[in-house]
Ligand binder design. Structure first.
Ligand SMILES: *[C@@H]1O[C@H](CO)[C@@H](O)[C@H](O)[C@H]1NC(C)=O
Ligand SMILES: *[C@@H]1O[C@H](CO)[C@@H](O)[C@H](O)[C@H]1NC(C)=O
Length: 196
C-alpha cells in the first residue's frame, strides 16, 4: 500500500516538474526519421541511446553524451538530429509540386523560441530555397493552453518546384527546426521525400 502510494506521488511529482525543466517537441506526422544502425555507427552508442530515450529531447542533451564512438562530422547531429536516410527509407514520402502536406507536431512542453520548416539537401546538408514556414516567435511559454496558436502544432506546407533537386530518393528532406532561445535547446525532425 505505502509502496504504491509513494510511486503514485513520485509520478505525479515528475509530471508536474518535467515540463518546466526543458522544452520538448517532435513531428509526429508525416512520420519523421528515427535512429538506426547507420546513425549509431556515426554518432556512437551513448548519443544514440540518449536520442532514442527521449524522442522529444533537445539535441544538446544528446551531444553532451558523446563517447569515443561519436564522429562529429559523420553524425552531423544538428542536421536531422543525426538520423540517416539509410535507416528510414521505408518512410520516404512521394510528393508532387504544389502538394499541400499536413504536419502535426507533438509539443510536450513549451519554451519560447523561433522555428521554421525548410527543404534541405541531404547530401550537402544545406537549405534549398526559402523557408516554407517561419515563426518569429514559437512556443511562447508565457501563454496558457487556451492561447497556444494552433498553427504551431498543426500546419501545412506547399511543396515548391524542387523537381531538379529532389527527384531522387535520399536527396531531399523537409526539416522542422525549433530553437528555444531561453534555454538554448534545439529540436529537429526530418521527413524524407522525393518528387514523383
Ligand atoms: C531556421 O531556424 C534556425 C534556428 O533558429 C536557423 O539557424 C535557420 O537559419 C533558419 N532557417 C531558415 C531557412 O530561415
Ligand atoms: C509571449 O507572450 C506574452 C504574453 O502575451 C507576451 O507579453 C510576450 O511578448 C510574448 N513573447 C514574445 C517573444 O513575443
Amino acid at each position: 500500500m505505502m509502496f504504491s502510494q509513494s510511486l503514485v506521488s513520485l509520478s505525479a511529482a515528475a509530471l508536474l516538474v518535467l515540463p518546466h525543466v526543458s522544452a520538448h517537441g517532435v513531428v509526429t506526422s508525416p512520420a519523421p526519421r528515427t535512429t538506426g544502425s547507420a546513425s549509431e555507427a556515426a554518432c556512437g552508442t551513448a548519443v544514440t541511446k540518449k536520442l532514442a530515450s527521449d524522442k522529444y529531447g533537445p539535441i544538446q542533451d544528446a551531444q553532451d553524451k558523446a563517447d569515443s564512438g561519436y564522429d562529429e562530422a559523420a553524425c552531423s547531429i544538428y542536421f536531422c538530429r543525426g538520423y540517416k536516410y539509410e535507416d528510414n527509407e521505408d518512410k520516404l514520402q512521394t510528393y508532387a509540386v504544389g502538394d499541400v502536406v499536413d504536419f502535426k507536431v507533438d509539443m510536450e512542453a513549451h519554451h519560447t523560441g523561433i522555428a521554421n520548416v525548410s527543404i534541405v539537401d541531404v547530401v550537402t546538408q544545406s537549405l534549398i530555397g526559402d523557408a516554407l514556414k517561419d515563426w518569429p516567435v514559437y512556443a511562447n511559454d508565457s501563454l496558457g493552453p487556451a492561447n497556444w496558436p494552433a498553427d504551431e502544432t498543426s500546419f501545412s506546407v506547399t511543396i515548391p518546384d524542387v523537381t531538379s533537386q529532389c527527384s531522387e530518393a535520399g536527396a531531399c528532406a523537409i526539416q522542422w527546426w525549433w530553437y528555444g532561445t531561453g534555454n538554448d535547446q534545439t529540436y529537429e525532425s526530418c521527413v524524407d521525400f522525393v518528387i514523383g
